[in-house]
Design a protein around this ligand. Structure first.
Ligand code: COS
Length: 383
């Protein structure tokens, strides 16, 4: 749902200009230094990018899912590291509090996340619990008015900068699998929280992930999300439904950028005396990519509108995430092919994007997990 088209178009053109004039010129520097410069972060804060999805009453822009998707199409047109920095505050790092938090939790944390004063991370994955998130081992034991949290979380996006973590931990050791898991807001400054060294990743330089280790971290009971034990896995799944749609939209944005760059290259680059864009085998790759991009964007917008209408979109979010990120991988591959040798060297951006987009098919649920969610829901609907 677009609430006010004029305001929305103004926001989109502002983000488009910011991507073009500020973010794109910093892409190579971010890749080389493995960090987003503080001057850029400050501009992102000033533009309100950390609070795109946080309701206006808590100081954010309160975008609807359709509006957010269109902003992601624009933000995708540059290095994923920039989106990654604001992605957790707008998505998996804030949505648990927003969807299931108490009024007190919302009014304390959301304004800080909306302005970017606080950065947040989502701690679900563990060394032995990736796709099988329900098997996580981190424990939260009740101790008077507090819980003591112990365990290790892995590949946590923005962990090196985060001020708060949404931590999924087991409060009932006897309950099987996904039952018995609760969600907590844990402050980084708490005693017993250690952040590991940033991971050396294949791509997405400038977006840092690391282990977060909790060693008997004392967390007041008021930090239990929603004040209810043993429903944290459902909170995590609801957060991921939205996160997966956000990722689908973002992947479409990146596909758009790669395809645009490649088209311009194919028009300029001459072989056999004419632009390679005039050769039908190149045109086939361009056309397949364009059609897949169009399908990905259409899917994302349809699912987003359904979510805005209040429908449950678990299936649609997984379909969109699976299709858009897989299409993005195919588009990246074709783009490198069209660039030829130039696509394999770092002088052109496509080599970096090719590595960056590989992660889209893995994080926030692998393609295989999306297939599982879709098929499970299909069977459930019939039976
Ligand atoms: N919204 C609300 N509730 C949900 C839900 C959703 N989208 N998905 C599942 N649930 C509920 C189920 O209804 C079930 O509730 P009941 O016990 O009351 O019936 C409960 O959560 C457990 O669901 P399920 O039985 O489907 O859990 P599984 O252990 O089989 O796990 C998958 C399901 C595999 C889909 C889940 O573990 C998953 O998404 N794994 C991938 C994790 C991931 O994406 N990690 C990425 C890193 S985090 S950025």
């Amino acid at each position: 749902m677009i609430r006010d088209n004029e305001t929305h178009q103004l926001l989109l053109s502002t983000v488009r200009a910011f991507v073009r004039d500020v973010l794109r010129p910093h892409e190579k520097e971010v890749e080389e230094n493995n960090e987003v410069p503080e001057s850029v972060v400050a501009q992102m804060r000033d533009l309100g990018l950390f609070g795109l999805t946080i309701p206006e009453e808590y100081g954010g822009l309160g975008l609807t899912m359709e509006e957010e998707a269109e902003v992601c199409f624009e933000l995708g047109r540059t290095s994923p590291a920039f989106r990654s920095l604001i992605g957790t505050n707008n998505g998996i790092g804030s949505q648990g509090i927003l969807i299931d938090g108490t009024d007190e939790q919302k009014s304390f944390y959301l304004p800080k996340l909306a302005t970017g004063e606080y950065l947040s991370s989502f701690c679900l994955t563990e060394p032995d619990a990736g796709s099988d998130a329900g098997s996580l081992k981190t424990i939260a034991e009740r101790d008077g008015d507090d819980y003591l949290i112990s365990g290790t979380k892995r590949f946590i996006t923005n962990a090196p900068y985060a001020d708060i973590f949404t931590v999924m931990a087991r409060t009932d050791r006897d309950a099987p699998g996904a039952k018995g898991i609760s969600a907590f807001i844990v402050e980084r400054k708490s005693d017993g929280v250690t952040i590991g060294k940033p991971d050396h990743k294949m791509g997405q330089k400038g977006s840092l992930t690391a282990d977060v280790i909790f060693d008997k971290v004392r967390v007041p009971a008021k930090q239990l999300i929603g004040g209810v034990e043993n429903v944290g896995f459902k909170t995590a799944m609801k957060v991921l439904d939205k996160g997966r749609l956000h990722m689908a939209a973002f992947a479409a944005g990146v596909s758009d950028r790669m395809l645009e760059d490649t088209l311009l290259y194919a028009i300029e680059r001459k072989q056999f005396g004419r632009p390679i864009a005039s050769f039908e085998l190149i045109q086939g790759m361009l056309a397949d990519s364009k059609a897949e991009l169009y399908a990905a964007k259409s899917m994302v917008l349809d699912a987003a509108r359904k979510r805005d209408e209040g429908q449950r979109i678990s299936t649609e979010a997984s379909c969109a995430k699976m299709f858009s990120t897989e299409a993005c991988g195919r588009i990246a591959d074709r783009c490198v092919q069209i660039y030829g040798g130039a696509g394999y060297v770092s002088d052109y951006d496509i080599e970096r994007f090719y590595r960056d987009v590989r992660l889209f098919r893995i994080y926030e649920g692998t393609t295989q997990i999306q297939q599982l969610v879709i098929a499970k829901n299909m069977v459930k609907e019939v039976s």
